[in-house]
Design a protein. Structure first.
Lengths: 492, 492
């Protein structure tokens, strides 16, 4: 019952949802709720407190937090009173809440929609209205402990969702130091950083071209950057590579970043999640407010894991060649985060160090949705019992009696329906009940004796179903018998 | 941890949420989620399918649906592209979805925030951003069956929430007919209807004054209206009263409305909910789109129930005299709805008859919140196990070991925390664990033997807690032992 962005006309009125938005309905929504529940249960395990903030914030609260992405913000019209914008992420509202309430220590989570006037790509799960699902740890603590716990949360979440992921990480201070050592002028650092960040999508020659031709970096500086950011290996090799470079290690930022990462790795090992992380010097991330560790979660590329069964949807390829429609959708990063120690302080309060992760629910949904389509049996059964009645020529429909039985079942928490016709036809009722496991069948004679018929509808053909008249039981035993049969059906 | 609309200044930046909005956090949010779950489980019992629509809709979709309330709509700024407004209710987006997807039959529910630029009154649960929780039945069916099921849903919801309510109902066609028979000119019907609708808040003399002096109705017409709408009694008395008035019954609208209500009552009796409803000729409801049965749910006034214990928060007074702050908050109607058979057709599609109910979650929350404050024990326990360590002079903190134990517990779905200090103090750890039922205590000697200590923290004083060193168990048995103890604690 998915309702994708759709259109229909009548004279004058365009019948659609706004650009980049969609309706969610039925099983789609239940799958999304399942993702929410899975994730929030893990947040709760880690002592997370839920937070819900308004969908719009004062415009000045959001100002100067998002760099050049700010142009994608939705503003509310000035109708008198305060100027507001729709929230752009959940991190800035969280920082506003921390500052406003003088919170000094908290683990909070929030699952809410955010809004960006970006170019939508619905098939890849990129919309203008989309869910984020954030977990953040705020407060003074010893270095890298909270950062390691966030990564552990990431691993637990994707284990629970059965998605095989890799956490790519880097450190803003290492990146800053590395650019400085390579000879990037201060005023070009953000522009060069953004070119480096594209290295997961474009080859080095193109990134270098952008740096040199578009951004005016001397070629030898670009080559020095290339020597660093193209380096790859496991974490201890990467740390050795950095530590062995005396020029780099003479830079205070690089030194501090390397110390942080060495400590982080020891904690990740203690939590048994070190095998899920990968140190990537080319990871830069766009947002202004990150100040330390940064990370991005991708589906583990199959070439890392060796040959992959193309039907194993847990490990899609992220290589850049176009893939056909039947394969795993390419969704890019499915979660991202980092440390932002200065954001709360921007509101004029005491700075509170924070680190957090944001899960891209719509992209995760897109991945799980493909898997679901392969297992139609996983669809939920929406109604347990259909209450029906039939009789001879003078049959009056027994509507009040069907209502009364339905109420009995509803009161017991059983999902029940009946035909909204005074005198329903037998075939109509069986048709309406085709996906329902049980039927209660009323007849005048049985009711007079305080009895009803209960029958499992099973998967036989319609004619067979209609012939079997079911089990005759007393009304007072109905709820108990229904529960027994439902349990048996679930276990079968 | 409630965060009410709050303010704090720094030079230039006002640190607050926008007017009429608030943050929700911690136990407040968990109570709200509990209300959502309770209600949506009942919707599911009735075969409800969830729907989620975008927070904004095209402006022209919302146009001409809300009468004079339209001025309260939030518009998005024109940033190029489509003109949009924040949704004002969930009914119009539902009708848009039905029309856009050519749905002919559905029971759908939606729990989402809606937006109205009204004067906020936070203590009474009236905000500019607030939740609605809607259940609607769309599609052709025999008369009043769906209407009766909606009322049954209402009764089940408030039974589950343990709130003692009354469903006041009326019929738009009876009201229209009654105004026509009384002599109200067609062009004054909406204005007079709105004056009548105030009769739950103001006495008849004031309403009459508004009709005659402000709205120019001849006094004798107003008096005739008064003769009708002030009439009260139980449902069968009310039906008798209407049926005995030949002039009224000569009006086609009144006749059709009376027939509908007679049928409705027989269905409500079959579903055993007739004792919760009350026929109120003065109920009119503001929204344009209602076309048949209308209803509004209020807390049952104590005078209907006889003497009420003032501590029984299930039955607050709704009388108009001001009440002191310590008593039940006055929230007005806590749910409302009705039949709207023409709304879907306004989008140029085949008209689909609909009837639905909208629950005012923030008002229901306000009622339940007062009750919760009386039962602090009902607060949720947020963490199950605190992992701590202590040792002698050379104690290194055992941080990786605490992390490893925490990961073991998290993996088993157990909520666990540990101090984010490399070398935490014993007293700090006990303080942090003060609301936590269990502690796992690590020591170097025990760990060397593959063992840890597990202890119930109970409610003793800090000193006693610190002396008892707990049960010595093997690490491999930890999860099982923790689960056993937690079960025992929950059952105690």
């Amino acid at each position: 019952m998915a309702t994708k962005e759709g259109k229909a006309f009548k004279p004058g009125v365009l019948l659609k949802t706004p650009k980049g938005t969609r309706d969610w309905v039925g099983a789609d929504l239940l799958l999304r709720d399942h993702i929410f529940n899975t994730i929030s249960n893990i947040f709760k395990r880690h002592g997370g407190t839920p937070l819900d903030t308004p969908v719009f914030e004062l415009k000045e609260i959001l100002a100067e937090k998002y760099g050049e992405d700010s142009r994608l913000m939705y503003d509310l019209q000035d109708q008198g009173g305060e100027l507001c914008s729709l929230r752009f992420d959940l991190t800035v509202p969280f920082a506003r809440w921390v500052a406003m309430n003088n919170v000094t220590q908290v683990k909070r989570y929030q699952i809410s929609k955010v809004y960006r006037r970006d170019q939508p790509a619905i098939a890849r799960g990129r919309l203008r209205e989309f869910y984020q699902c954030d977990f953040d740890i705020a407060g003074q603590c010893d270095p890298m402990i909270a950062d390691a716990e966030i990564m552990c949360v990431v691993v637990e979440v994707f284990e629970a969702l059965q998605l095989d992921i890799t956490i790519k990480f880097n450190h803003r201070r290492i990146l800053d130091g590395l650019f400085a050592v390579a000879g990037v002028p201060d005023d070009k650092i953000r522009a060069i950083s953004s070119a480096v960040d594209k290295l997961d999508k474009i080859p080095w020659v193109e990134a270098k071209k952008e740096m040199v031709e578009d951004k005016g970096l001397p070629e030898e500086v670009a080559d020095r950057i290339g020597g660093y950011v193209q380096h790859s290996g496991n974490i201890s090799e990467m740390l050795e590579f950095l530590k062995s470079d005396e020029k780099l290690m003479a830079n205070e930022n690089v030194k501090a970043g390397v110390a942080d990462i060495s400590l982080l790795v020891s904690y990740l090992e203690a939590m048994d999640v070190a095998n899920k992380v990968s140190f990537d010097l080319s990871l830069a991330r766009g947002l202004d407010y990150y100040s330390g560790l940064i990370f991005e979660i991708i589906m583990t590329p199959p070439n890392i894991k060796g040959p992959t069964n193309p039907n194993d949807l847990g490990a899609p390829s992220l290589e850049s060649k176009p893939r056909n429609a039947s394969s795993q959708p390419q969704v890019g990063s499915i979660a991202a985060g980092g440390r932002y120690d200065n954001l709360v302080g921007m509101y004029g309060k005491r700075p509170i160090p924070c680190v957090g992760i944001s899960f891209g629910i719509d992209r995760i949904y897109t991945l799980l949705d493909v898997r679901r389509e392969k297992k139609p049996s996983a669809l939920t059964q929406e109604i347990d019992v259909y209450v029906m009645a039939f009789g001879g020529k003078d049959f009056g429909g027994l509507l009040p009696e069907r209502m009364s039985i339905a109420r009995l079942l509803w009161n017991a928490g059983i999902r029940a329906e009946f035909s909204a016709k005074v005198i329903p036809k037998l075939t109509q009722q069986f048709k309406a009940a085709k996906d329902v496991p049980l039927a209660v069948i009323l007849g005048e004679d049985e009711l007079a004796a305080g009895q009803v018929r209960l029958k499992a509808l099973g998967s036989g053909d319609d004619e067979a179903k209609q012939k079997d008249r079911g089990l005759l039981i007393y009304k007072k035993d109905l709820v108990e018998e229904v529960k027994k049969l439902l349990t048996a059906i679930v276990q079968a």
